[in-house]
Design a protein around this ligand. Structure first.
Ligand code: ZN
Length: 302
């Protein structure tokens, strides 16, 4: 799309009211969501939450947030999985602290909607979104794959992840909360027998997350991609493209296609809710709603 100009982002009741009206009128809603949505729901990867579960790793390696520890090349797989099992347990198998996803679901559940997301934490499904209306393009914390990969399949990891965190000294409360018994320090390693290996080639398993070209697109992924393409084909008319908290890390997945679709369909409306980065190109500015705000806050007024 040639020419770049930014529409004026605002966090005003007028803009929010406009968004409410467009949602009301839209025949269909295509939602695109990024990491900021989970952050708004309380899934913080820094600060108190990071310190609570990773202070031993922070002490040894100087990490300040969960992402850095995830990419660190640990000397042993025992330590690698100690880190990753805590990370996966708290971000995939626990519910987000605030009901932001649930409120979003209330807003769209009666509509013909589809969700495209780079988030890998399963929050949409946990909030009630229909699995057949979701496309997780970048993977899922709940799945392992062969690290090679020698085959295009993924494996549920919940059971082994639970065993790994418990083997480090953690206990899992009835409500799912992970805690350490009084005075106990966690082990920074898991027993070797819990390290996952590929059932076909015997190489170590890895997370099913798109970090490089080893990412496995399994049957579920390909079906979801097909349903997404189908949704786009079916809705060429009054559609709302609702982009939520999508940054500029991977704009080619959601942001740029949303702009392009709005540009090509004169009946489409583009809405962008993003704290600090709400913008739309000049070509579609007259059909854009830009709300410079947190999605959790915005939803309170919708
Ligand atoms: Zn393999």
């Amino acid at each position: 799309m040639p020419g770049w100009c930014v529409s004026k982002p605002r966090f005003t009741m007028d803009e929010i009211r406009r968004l409410g009206e467009v949602i009301e009128r839209a025949d269909a809603i295509l939602m695109g969501a990024g990491a900021g949505l989970s952050a708004s729901a309380g899934f913080d990867y820094t600060g108190v939450r990071f310190q609570k579960y990773f202070s031993d790793f922070a002490e040894k390696y100087g990490f300040r947030d969960m992402y850095s520890g995830g990419f660190y090349p640990y000397e042993t797989l025992e330590e690698h999985w100690a880190y990753w099992s805590r990370y996966i347990y708290i971000n995939r198998y626990r519910n987000a602290p605030k009901p932001v996803y649930e409120k979003l679901y209330e807003l769209v559940k009666e509509k013909d909607y589809f969700v495209l997301t780079t988030n890998v934490d399963h929050c949409f499904q946990k909030a009630g979104f229909d699995k057949s209306r979701l496309f997780y393009t970048q993977g899922d914390y709940g799945l392992f794959q062969c690290s090679v990969p020698c085959h295009q399949e993924t494996y549920d990891n919940e059971t082994v992840i639970r065993k790994m965190v418990e083997a480090q000294g953690y206990e899992i409360a009835e409500n799912g909360e992970l805690y350490l018994p009084e005075g106990r320090r966690p082990e920074r390693k898991v027993p070797s027998e819990w390290i996952p290996y590929c059932p076909r080639c015997g190489k170590p398993m890895s997370m099913n997350l798109r970090a490089d070209d080893t990412f496995v697109e399994d049957t579920g992924w390909r079906k979801a991609a097909g349903r997404y393409a189908d949704f786009r084909r079916r809705h060429q008319g009054r559609i709302l493209l609702l982009e939520i908290a999508v940054g500029y890390n991977t704009p080619g997945v959601i942001k740029y296609p949303f702009w392009q679709m709005t540009y090509e369909n004169p009946m489409a409306v583009y809405a962008c809710v993003n704290l600090g980065e709400a913008a739309a190109p000049g070509e579609i500015a007259d059909r854009s709603i830009c709300i410079d705000g947190d999605i959790g806050e915005t939803l309170k007024f919708l």
